[in-house]
Design a protein around this ligand. Structure first.
Ligand SMILES: Cc1cc2nc3c(=O)[nH]c(=O)nc-3n(C[C@H](O)[C@H](O)[C@H](O)COP(=O)(O)OP(=O)(O)OC[C@H]3O[C@@H](n4cnc5c(N)ncnc54)[C@H](O)[C@@H]3O)c2cc1C
Length: 460
């Protein structure tokens, strides 16, 4: 008799898991239950001034294979594109200053490439050294001895590099405070480098020599990241059921019953590919300890306002992809992406499209503003930073409440322990998603893929 598996949630994690099941376990009866009326979760692309601009994720890291491989398996690998503009700036002391290149997650590898006004001479002197930890690294947390990004960077290269470069960059990725974020999850190469006997900078420089400087760091699809979700959804056909929020999960002997608005599904295995709070709620009756761990993961809310200007009203730099704004600037915006400079397919020659982010774990001001007030505040920040005074021809606001997990030091060890507990107490049920191994699309695809691998014994 063929096995039945239910995937709950059709964001990129659930779609990747479902794709893996369909391909690797074709005899399995697969059902994917998604609460929303469309699949993709935070992968969604919609037109603004006729251009396919992403509302959520707009690209993915290519250094790790997961997302690249999934695009290829979806038949879209040959269509991927790299950014045209590869450099970015940071707003420091009232001016946009280019990020040094090369840098690793904001840590400059060559002090001579640090622009004027970014760091003091004493910081540059330190950057000319090998980056050995002053007095050794602090003791770590959890089974893997994790440290915060702040602990690692401050100790090895100083506070200014952390506050003016690394925190704006890394804190921007998940709207967090890099002083509180797990280095194992957010910046494993920095932790590894800091533990290297030659020192952080020496180790990063050595690793840099082995990379091709011309290779792109990011890719996207010219029809938008939502195109991957659409393609995977189409392939699932009738296995994908939209508008089916799952309300609870109960046991029926060795099997599991998934209760949704569309009825009950009995399954041999279940993948919970939903945000941490939803997974916690579904597991509360079956595995309260893991439910508590998941419920305890803090999340930041972010908003993205996309402004489309006449090109002549907003002539942004064509060789810059955008800029970051440190929290110390006190602005509403946290980053601005020059979409048309970054991506050739978003350059129609007539418009400048700027994607402006707002909201951090310690800045909830955007949540208290309606869309018009948020747009006004971000337009004022754009006037200061890039000098755009003219009104946009179109604006779109996207709200992403509790979207970005904050990985505290020890997160990976806690997730490993949770997976083990689930396997002991609720065999056949696995949890995957952006709260698991990282918020990036590749990490989500990896999480969905690993979840299916962990269920292999239940799918035979
Ligand atoms: C504004 C923004 C910009 C980003 N930019 C990037 C980027 O450029 N590059 C990058 O790599 N990453 C980026 N990310 C992160 C990345 O997009 C997300 O981490 C990732 O898409 C999350 O995928 P997921 O499937 O785990 O979760 P989600 O996309 O949240 O999907 C979960 C799904 O579960 C469904 N669901 C919830 N509860 C239930 C239920 N009870 N029953 C059934 N279904 C349910 C939801 O409707 C949703 O569709 C960005 C995120 C945001 C918010």
């Amino acid at each position: 008799m063929s096995r039945r598996v239910v995937v709950v949630g059709a964001g990129i994690t659930g779609l990747a898991a479902a794709h893996r099941i369909a391909v690797d376990h074709p005899a399995t009866q697969l059902v994917v239950l998604e609460a929303a009326t469309r699949a993709g979760g935070r992968l969604v692309t919609s037109p603004i001034v006729g251009l396919p601009v992403d509302e959520g994720a707009d690209s993915f890291l290519v250094r790790v294979p997961w997302a690249t491989d999934l695009f290829a398996e979806a038949g879209l690998g040959g269509e991927l594109v790299a950014p045209r503009a590869r450099t970015a700036s940071v707003w420091l002391d009232g001016a946009l200053r280019p990020l040094p290149s090369p840098n690793v997650l904001g840590v400059p590898l060559d002090p001579s490439t640090v622009a004027d006004g970014v760091l003091d001479p004493s910081d540059l002197e330190r950057l000319a050294g090998d980056g050995r930890a002053d007095g050794g690294l602090p003791a770590g947390t959890g089974a893997d001895g994790d440290l915060s990004v702040g602990q690692v960077v401050r100790t090895c290269v100083g506070d200014a590099v952390f506050e003016r470069l690394v925190d704006p960059l890394l804190g921007g990725v998940n709207a967090g405070r890099a002083d509180d974020l797990s280095c194992t999850v957010m910046a494993p190469q920095l932790l590894e480098g800091a533990r290297h006997p030659d020192g952080l900078l020496a180790s990063l420089r050595e690793a840099q020599q082995r990379t091709n400087p011309a290779a792109p760091v990011f890719n996207t699809h010219p029809a938008g990241m939502g195109h991957l979700a659409n393609r995977l959804s189409e392939r699932l056909g009738s296995a994908l059921r939209l508008g089916c929020p799952v309300r609870s999960l109960t046991a029926d002997g060795p099997r599991w019953v998934v209760h949704s608005d569309a009825g009950d599904e009995t399954a041999d295995a279940v993948v919970l590919a939903v945000p941490a709070a939803a997974a916690a709620s579904l597991l509360s009756g079956l595995c309260p300890t893991v439910a508590d761990t998941l419920a305890g993961i803090e999340h930041a809310s972010v908003s993205i306002a996309t402004f489309a200007y006449r090109r002549s009203d907003a002539p942004v730099s064509g060789d810059q992809s955008g800029f970051l704004v440190p929290r110390s600037a006190g602005m509403m915006m946290t980053a601005c992406s020059y979409s048309g400079s970054k991506w050739a397919h978003l350059d129609d020659g007539r418009h400048s499209v700027l994607r402006v982010s707002a909201g951090r774990i310690d800045d909830r001001r955007p949540d208290g503003l309606d869309d018009d007030a948020l747009v006004a505040a971000l337009a004022a920040d754009l006037a200061i930073t890039v000098g755009v005074e003219a009104p946009p021809v179109a604006v779109r606001v996207g709200r992403w409440p509790d979207a970005l997990a904050q990985f505290r030091p020890g997160h990976r060890a806690r997730m490993a322990e949770a997976a083990k507990q689930l396997d002991d107490e609720v065999p056949g049920v696995v949890v995957a998603g952006a709260h698991h191994r990282g918020v990036g699309v590749p990490a989500c695809v990896g999480s969905g893929t690993e979840a299916v691998a962990a269920l292999a014994g239940h799918l035979r």
